[in-house]
Design a protein around this ligand. Structure first.
Ligand code: LMR
Length: 331
């Protein structure tokens, strides 16, 4: 009897100590992403780590894994849901399996510029999308900008017919697939980590991305032509596992939310500069020509891609599309 009581006491003490040790351990937030550090998202993740560890010393540790070094496209969402990572910032093109409405950001020529994207994200309709996946255990914490997309290829593209028959890498998005089909080109879904090699070996002939993603992945080494088209947007939703986030001590969660707001303002302010610097660096490298479109040529691209809107109107919602269009008017 005595033996049993001693054993039970020892067990209780050890659980108690484990609890104490646990309480003293910092909460680890693994933040995984697919791009380089010298991009808007890469910088944002670093800034979040710095501020979280400065302001919550000993309480929170943030481990940032850039360049698909922990999980790449196709695996990172699953990892978030399994609790293997706690934060991600996938491009908005990668949410189709979780929220059809988020596909809105992929509609070609929907937003006139990044300021319109910003206004839509700040609107009630935009903010609601951050919470649209909570039933799937995904909570959106913020939108981060990268910027407007440009086209690239192994031949000059001035008019939509120049894209005909070419193979284009697209993100895992049905809207983007349809966008290239509308040009009578051949889209191919491919993870970000495979883009350089895909272009180098000719598996694909062209792609679309932002200047900062092009430059940081050295895409200019394997693409002799870029077209400054601004035909769409690559932005991010910073997401977390809802159960993890809701389970954080209230003071920690509150501070992390404040930090996220601060980082979001900084990322969104510097994203355009990073893209312009990357464009200038591509020009300086002298490997590729950057084609500027006339307004008539740009209009032709818009018309050629326009049928995509109708195809996705039901899935996305006509009201949401209208709200996004309205954001093109400055208040
Ligand atoms: C992509 O082309 O897959 C990019 O959107 C990756 C990223 O996260 O910017």
């Amino acid at each position: 009897m005595l033996k049993q009581t001693v054993k039970a006491l020892a067990c209780a003490v050890s659980i108690g100590l484990a609890g104490l040790a646990h309480a003293a351990d910092p909460i680890v937030i693994k933040f995984s992403h697919v791009v380089a550090d010298n991009t808007p998202k890469g910088q944002g993740a670093q800034m979040f780590k710095k501020l979280a560890e400065e302001r919550l010393p000993g309480k929170v540790k943030v481990e940032v894994y850039p360049n698909s070094s922990l999980f790449g496209d196709g695996k990172e969402m699953e990892a978030l849901l399994l609790g293997d990572v706690q934060m991600l910032a996938p491009s908005l093109a990668k949410f189709e399996p979780y929220a059809k409405s988020v596909q809105i950001f992929d509609l070609p020529f929907l937003f006139d510029d990044i300021n319109a994207v910003d206004r839509f994200q700040a609107s009630d309709a935009g903010k609601q999308l951050l919470n649209s996946m909570r039933d799937k255990n995904i909570t959106g914490l913020a939108y981060w900008h990268n910027g407007m997309k440009q086209l690239s290829a192994n031949k000059p593209m001035r008019e939509p017919k120049d894209a005909r028959g070419l193979k284009f890498r697209v993100q895992a998005s049905n809207v983007l697939e349809e966008q290239f089909k509308a040009l009578r080109a051949n889209p191919r879904k491919m993870s970000f980590a495979e883009v350089y090699q895909g272009l180098q070996t000719g598996v694909v002939n062209g792609t679309e991305n932002t200047w900062s993603n092009y430059y940081s992945q050295k895409v200019h080494e394997v693409q002799p032509y870029f077209t400054h088209s601004d035909h769409g947007v690559i932005d991010y939703m910073v997401i977390t596992n809802t159960q993890f986030w809701d389970g954080l001590p209230e003071d920690v969660r509150g501070e992390l939310e404040k930090i996220m707001e601060e980082v979001t303002v900084a990322v969104n302010k510097q994203a355009d500069d990073l893209n312009q610097e990357a464009r200038a660096a591509i020009e300086k490298a002298g490997t590729s020509e950057i084609i500027e479109l006339t307004s008539e040529q740009r209009e032709e691209w818009r018309e050629a891609m326009a049928p995509v809107w109708k195809k996705f109107e039901n899935e996305i919602g006509a009201d949401l599309i209208k709200a996004a269009q309205d954001s093109n008017q400055a208040n």
